[in-house]
Write a protein that binds this ligand. Structure first.
Ligand code: TIU
Length: 222
């Protein structure tokens, strides 16, 4: 086993890059483009755009190395049978999950808004995890895929920092994975939540994981 030291906070982390996967959370049109779920919740979707270019660089590097790359998408079945009423019945009915919007039905699988943005489109063979919840482990086969690939460490990026990235990092941490979170590859509609979300991950001696950035990761992966 060869370990590589990745500069991070609260301290550098030694990782086996052969047993590391890149997990890109929910970089979907529904969150990043106008007219989708993110905007229906009252958010300015442009706040997430700073994460796109750093994610592209990390994705290119991971692909060059042959690293396992996993994409996730939050969304529901067309009949909403997997969408709890408690999740759907929030906000104005015409803006809810399942309502018709400019990118198709909001947060519904198969609709244009559910797609991953073109800049980060999955390559054939890269697993796509369709998840009904905020965490990528809940009601998905992500854990099996990671176990079968003998993955120990996850690089988790995407949107939003304090919602689906955080939930996934917490789930992964409880399942025994080390999580490295490159802050510039994540984004939030709330700059202060992004900031505090990252601080929460690395506090108390990396209580949930290690925070780094794309430059330090690209160095380690070069
Ligand atoms: N992917 C994800 O983070 N889902 C959300 O609903 N995020 C919000 O910040 N709303």
């Amino acid at each position: 086993m060869t370990t590589t030291l990745v500069a991070a906070e609260p301290e550098a982390l030694a990782v086996d890059l052969q047993r590391t996967a890149l997990v890109i959370i929910d970089m979907q049109r529904d969150f990043l483009e106008p007219g989708g779920f993110g905007e229906s919740l009252g958010n300015d979707v442009r706040r997430l755009h700073s994460a796109i270019a750093p994610c592209q660089k990390l994705l290119a590097s991971a692909r060059r190395r042959g690293m396992l790359v996993i994409h996730t998408r939050e969304g529901h079945r067309a009949d909403l049978s997997d969408a709890p009423p408690a999740k759907v019945q929030r906000g104005a009915p015409h803006l809810r999950i399942g309502a018709a919007g400019p990118m198709g039905r909001i947060l519904v699988r198969g609709e244009p808004g559910h797609d991953i943005i073109a800049a980060l489109a999955p390559h054939p063979g890269e697993p796509i995890i369709d998840k009904p919840g905020k965490g990528a482990f809940y009601a998905t086969d992500l854990h099996s895929i990671l176990n079968h690939a003998r993955i120990e460490t996850l690089i988790v990026c995407g949107v939003t920092t304090e919602v689906c990235v955080h939930t996934t990092v917490r789930e992964a941490n409880d399942r025994g994975f080390r999580c490295l979170v490159p802050g510039d590859c994540c984004g939030s509609y709330f700059p202060e939540f992004h900031e505090v979300g990252l601080r929460m991950i690395k506090a108390q001696g990396a209580i949930f994981g290690w925070v780094t950035d794309s430059a330090r990761l690209l160095d380690a992966m070069a």
